[in-house]
Design a binder for this molecule. Structure first.
Ligand code: CDP
Length: 260
């Protein structure tokens, strides 16, 4: 749609970002006591919490793998997460997103150490505003690391897209709704492996290359925030968690794992 101007002549977008700017991102590791690993991410107006359980015995025996753990992902969006109430339960979209995230995470985990087990990843979208699959997989990778599951490297994810014929990074909700194309990328910077790649809309080969390079560059930047969130959690003494030196609650999100 070229009739609605999403980017002005100076390259400013509606939320005043430049074409290559990310929305603000905050990541926190270890937010749930009852999960083996967990993470919370705020990315623009997205708010997502992830709990990881396992590796634990795979109860459905026919799904067990004798040589490795399998990764099972449940991505779900709360009914109140979007403007127009979403029907509860998993529809086709949730199944698709769960599957592609599971495939991306599976590539990052050293799963042959845990045969016949399952690593269960629950991604709960509390507020959705475009790019939830990228934010979800980014937080899930932090939660898996927080669970102490060995990985070859964390997956970071970000999309690039096209609005008014111009390639830009990290589409927000309005841009996603009326933009021309979207390209979510999941990347493991450590191995330089692309583990998630989807495309919605149309790019020329040149635009595709530009969008891919932009999204991959953002993944490298986001990986630093993932690491900072883990460093922040694991550099704290257990009794320090959630309190400052005076024993008062402190704003955990104000330091590590923040891009503003
Ligand atoms: O969230 P993501 O961009 O990965 O997936 P999408 O299917 O492209 O959805 C884009 C956005 O549409 C979501 O992030 C939600 O904000 C919105 N959406 C919605 O309002 N209602 C739905 N049932 C599904 C998505």
């Amino acid at each position: 749609m070229d009739d609605i101007q999403l980017i002005d002549k100076k390259g400013k977008r509606k939320d005043s970002r430049g074409p290559e700017d990310l929305r603000p991102i905050k990541i926190e590791a270890g937010v749930l006591d009852n999960a083996d690993g967990s993470a919370y991410i705020e990315w623009g107006k997205n708010k997502i919490i992830v709990g990881v359980y396992g590796p634990r015995e795979m109860h459905q025996k026919h799904l067990q793998r004798p040589d490795k753990a399998i990764v099972q992902v449940s991505y779900s969006m709360a009914s109140f997460s979007v403007d127009e109430r979403k029907k509860p339960g998993q529809g086709r979209r949730e199944h698709e997103i769960s599957k592609i995230i599971a495939e991306a995470l599976e590539r990052s985990i050293i799963s042959d150490q845990y045969p016949r087990t399952s690593i269960d990843v629950y991604i709960e979208v509390l507020e959705a505003s475009a790019g939830t699959r990228c934010a979800g997989v980014t937080a899930a990778s932090v939660a898996i690391a927080d669970a102490g599951i060995p990985m070859i490297g964390m997956v970071a994810s970000c999309a690039a897209g096209k609005i008014n014929g111009q390639v830009v990074l990290d589409l927000d909700k309005l841009e996603d709704n009326i933009g021309d194309a979207d390209l979510p990328v999941g990347y493991i910077p450590k191995t330089e492996e692309v583990v998630l790649l989807q495309m919605d809309g149309h790019f020329t080969p040149e635009e595709f290359d530009k969008a891919f390079v932009l999204a991959r560059g953002a993944c490298i930047q986001i990986q630093e925030l993932q690491k900072e969130a883990l460093v922040k959690k694991y550099s704290q003494e257990p009794e320090e968690n959630g309190t400052d030196d005076n024993g008062e609650n402190k704003d955990d999100m104000a330091e590590g794992g923040v891009l503003q």
